[in-house]
Design a binder for this molecule. Structure first.
Ligand SMILES: NC(=O)CC[C@H](N)C(=O)O
Length: 229
């Protein structure tokens, strides 16, 4: 039986279909989860995809963190469930307190849409084991509030503990502190990143298939569970 990965849809989400497709490319079963429903349907992992949840009103992710489904995600993450937040999903995970820091308006105040090089800084998380440490990957970035901010103390802790998973290379696109593109939780199970690996799973339609490793990594982490279940 393939591991089952839940993909949440909020009003305004737009990358749920691509995230589900990426899960299937990695031989997982994608399960749709709805924002207003606290039931996680017994999934083994959750993806909080990109978009404009609740129209980005108040602040990106600020309303979504109160959705019934997020209370269940926070509870499951506390028990070690792998959770991935992509772009708006990363913003939601920060708002929900699953990851430290916040995403703010891009430094130049423009929406940035481009293919972006990233370096894999930590290949020991639930979502990055398929990459070589230090590998450089090309992944689309498309966000207006992608500037990663945190206190100096938090940044020092993230850097000291190796919790920066992806770092921008070839130019910082949005003013993120320390060129941070993605980080992980203390236990390495929750990962959030601004660029979109689900849009880079097939060289025919994306800039590369470099994003696939994110999904294969989680499937690798979950397969032992699925075979013993
Ligand atoms: N692609 C996205 O998920 C966009 C996230 C958010 N709405 C922003 O503009 O920053």
């Amino acid at each position: 039986m393939s591991p089952r990965i839940g993909v949440i849809t909020f009003p305004g989400t737009l990358d749920d279909v691509d995230a589900a497709r990426a899960v299937r490319y990695a031989d997982g079963e994608a399960v749709s989860l709805w924002h207003a429903d606290a039931d996680l349907k017994g999934v083994d992992a959750v993806i909080v995809p990109g978009g404009f949840s609740y129209g980005d009103y108040l602040r990106c992710g600020a309303i979504a963190r109160f959705a019934p489904v997020m209370a269940s995600v926070v509870e499951a993450a506390a028990k070690g469930m792998p959770v991935l937040g992509i772009c708006n999903g990363f913003q939601i995970l920060c708002e929900a307190g699953l990851l430290p820091g916040a995403l703010v308006r891009n430094e130049k105040l423009h929406f940035v849409c481009r293919d972006q090089w990233l370096r894999v800084e930590n290949n020991a998380t639930a979502w990055s084991t398929r990459y070589d440490q230090g590998a450089e990957v090309l992944i689309p970035l498309k966000s207006g509030e992608g500037g990663y901010m945190a206190s100096q103390e938090t940044l020092d802790r993230l850097e000291g503990d190796g919790r920066v998973v992806f770092r921008y290379v070839g130019g910082n696109p949005n003013g993120s502190r320390n060129d941070i593109a993605g980080i992980t939780s203390e236990n390495g199970r929750v990962v959030g990143l601004m660029p979109h690996p689900e849009h880079a799973i097939d060289a025919l339609t994306g800039p590369s298939d470099d994003g696939l490793g994110v999904f294969f990594s989680a499937l690798d982490a979950l397969k032992p569970l699925a075979t013993t279940a």
